[in-house]
Each structure stands twice: as C-alpha cells, then as structure tokens.
Write a protein that binds this ligand. Structure first.
Ligand code: ATP
Length: 371
C-alpha cells in the first residue's frame, strides 16, 4: 500500500508557540511512527510579531502561499505585547490568515478531562462537554479585518465598525447544526444548539438572532435554543454541563472561549480549529503567554489536542478513516496521561511543565488504549 503524505504547514510563531509546537510534533511522530496508510510532511514557515520586528512583515508572502497550498496548518501562537503596529494595536497575523483563507468557524471544544482538577465544586463539572463555534469573518472584529471600511478616528473619538451579514451568519449556523448532528450520532444525549447574541440591545445582533431561527427551522431534527451573552457568562459558570454546541459572534466567542477554558483546567488544556470550506488551521486557544515563555512551563496539551482535531478533520475531508482513528488514539492518550491525577500542569498549581506533560502523553501512546 502506498503511504499518503499530508502536507502540513507549521507556524510556531512567538512566545510559548515554539515550545508547544515542539512538543506537539514530538507526540505526532510517536503517534504515527507505525502508521502504514498515511504520514505528515512538515513545512516550517516564518511569521509572527518577532518576525515583524525583524523584517517589517508579520506574515511573508511565501508563508501565506505555503498556508494556502497546505493540506492543513498547525499554528502555535503569535503576538507579543511590546511589538505593535504604528497605530498601537498588537501584531496578530492570525486574524489576517483567518481572513485570507476564509476560516469562518472557530471551533473550540471544551471537554473535562478526568484527572484534571476543576475550578467548579459541583461534581457535574466532570460532564462538561460542549463546543463553542465562533464566527470569525466579521462581527465586532469587522473593522480590524477591513480597516479601510472603518470610520476615521481622531484625538476625540475612535470607532469600531461591526457587521453581521446574512451569508456569514447562515454558514456559521449551518456549520453549528451539522456539528450538533455529528455529535448526536456519536452520543444520543447531544444534539442541542444554543445561539449566543445580544439581540436585545444591538440591531446587528437582532439580525443574527433572526437568521439563527430561520436556520433552526431548516434543522428541526435538532433542539435549538438561545441565550443572551451576559446570561451565558453566568450559565457557563453555573451549569456548563447543560450545553452542547454554542454558535456565537466573533468577539463574544473570543471572550467566552477564555472563560470556558478556565472551566477545564486553563488555556493550556483548550484546543481549537479554524475551519473554512477549503482550509483548516489548528491552534491552541491560548496566545503566546509571554509571562512564562522560554521557561519550560507551558502546558502543550491544547496544542496536542488541536493536532488531534486536525487529524480528525483530515480524515473526514479525505475519506481516510485511519486519520480519524489516529485522532481518537491521540485523544485517548491525552486522557490516559492525566487520568491518574499525578500529572498536574504548572498553570493548575502543579509542577509539570512542557517536557513532563509531553513525556506522559508519549508514554500513554506506548500503552494499548481501550477504544
Ligand atoms: P491573546 O491575547 O494573545 O489571545 P490570551 O488571552 O490567550 O492571549 P495568554 O497570553 O496566552 O492569553 O495567556 C494568559 C494566561 O494564561 C497567562 O498567564 C499564561 O501564562 C497562561 N497560559 C496560557 N497558555 C498557557 C499554557 N499553554 N500553559 C500554561 N499557561 C498558559
């Protein structure tokens, strides 16, 4: 059998991006060492805030091309607080990549991993298993993505233009309903979609809300409901185990996903996938964490679980069940590494840094996992 090679463009970026990416590739190499059907060919490409400081470009043309040509993109983190564009905003080429590759759905799975302590005292916290689906092509970030459309600021006032369009909202909701359907196929207890907006105050959100219910009618086999974003901030702390798939506006998704990561052990535990119709980019939910960069303290789990999302996506897109099984095997190995409760990340007050957590996952891969 010829072995199929997926081309993976790797952008490690800034801060802990390099550390968690090194750990991720080490784990992927162990995972796929004996995989006869497919492998991954890595192409490392430059980009990020430091690259901007060094060269004047945060995302060189050849990196953009390598991302567009790849089967998938593995992304560490980019941005450093002390390196800014002339207008004072942070260098965040990941936003430009989302725009250029039309990665409209930010998929952030939030799942409690047994053995990882919860900040919630309620034992039902062990059942947390939902997915935030963040709209990423417009919303309250529209002005940042399309600065030419932004009203001009002066020394007395500044503006941020938001936009909600029918086309972007419909595809977001359809993505969310489809995801809920797939989750229900795997677990009959799932299949609920909860739209999060601020339709009671903002007219763009009222439009978002209206389109949600139009799409819900077309997906009537699934259960659909709705929650305002302020109430959702409360509910995600009080009863996060109730939720399944949560589509929301760009900035609301940005904020809620940090809150949600806090429920399952912090940003270092929280993977994400930026998905479009053609491309997929897989990155941890966290940023570059400059406060711990270069100290070996970063938890690589979010990056490693993002690689599992990548394998699942490649498997589905290319009709290759072997890639989907490797995704499942990797996720099981992460669970097995934490199951005893002996591995505790520094973020959670433990002593285990990048190397120890990577080693525990690699060891778990070497043990047979129950399917
Ligand atoms: P951005 O503004 O770029 O989106 P962020 O809000 O995701 O960044 P970070 O700078 O990544 O935030 O980190 C916020 C806090 O979480 C920091 O104290 C950081 O040390 C911690 N943190 C983030 N990622 C990890 C990780 N992988 N392991 C341990 N701690 C982390």
């Amino acid at each position: 059998m010829t072995k199929f090679l997926f081309n993976i463009t790797v952008l490690q970026g800034d801060g802990i991006g390099a550390e968690v990416m090194g750990a991720c590739i080490e784990v992927l190499e162990h995972l796929l060492a004996d995989q006869p059907r497919f492998g991954l060919r890595y192409l490392h490409a430059a980009g990020g805030a430091q690259h901007y400081a060094d060269t004047g470009s945060a995302m060189p043309e050849d990196t953009l091309r390598a991302c567009a040509d790849a089967d998938a993109i593995l992304f560490g983190a980019m941005g450093l607080p002390h390196i800014r564009y002339p207008d004072g905003t942070e260098v965040s080429p990941q936003l430009d990549l989302r725009k250029d590759l039309d990665l409209y759905a930010g998929v952030r799975p939030i799942r409690a991993i047994p053995g990882v302590p919860s900040v919630l005292a309620d034992p039902r916290a062990a059942q947390i298993d939902f997915v935030l689906v963040r709209e990423q092509s417009e919303g309250l970030f529209f002005g940042r993505l399309y600065p030419e459309k932004q009203p001009k600021a002066n020394d007395n006032e500044a503006f941020d233009l938001g936009r909600v369009s029918r086309q972007a909202s419909e595809r977001l909701f359809d993505f969310a309903f489809q995801l809920a359907r797939r989750r229900r196929a795997a677990n009959p207890g799932k299949g609920r979609v909860t739209c999060v907006d601020k339709a009671n105050v903002l007219s763009s959100m009222a439009f978002f809300h209206k389109i949600y219910w139009e799409r819900a009618k077309l997906n009537a086999d699934l259960s659909a409901d709705h929650c305002y974003v302020d109430a959702m901030a409360l509910n995600l702390v009080k009863r996060p185990w109730d939720y399944d798939v949560i589509p929301t506006e760009n900035q609301f998704g940005d904020i809620l996903s940090d809150l949600a990561a806090g429920l399952i052990g912090g940003l270092g535990m929280s993977p994400s996938a930026d998905i479009g119709d053609k491309h997929g980019l897989f990155q941890p939910s966290h940023g570059t964490a400059p406060d711990i960069a270069g100290q070996g303290k970063a938890n690589p789990t979010a990056m490693i679980l993002s690689a599992a999302l990548m394998l699942a996506w490649l498997g589905e897109k290319h009709g290759m069940p072997e890639a989907a099984s490797e995704a499942a095997r990797l996720t099981l190995a992460v669970d097995a590494a934490f199951a005893s409760g002996r591995i505790r990340s520094i973020e959670l007050g433990g002593k285990d840094g990048t190397q120890a957590i990577t080693g525990a996952i690699v060891n778990a891969l070497a043990r047979p996992q129950r399917k």
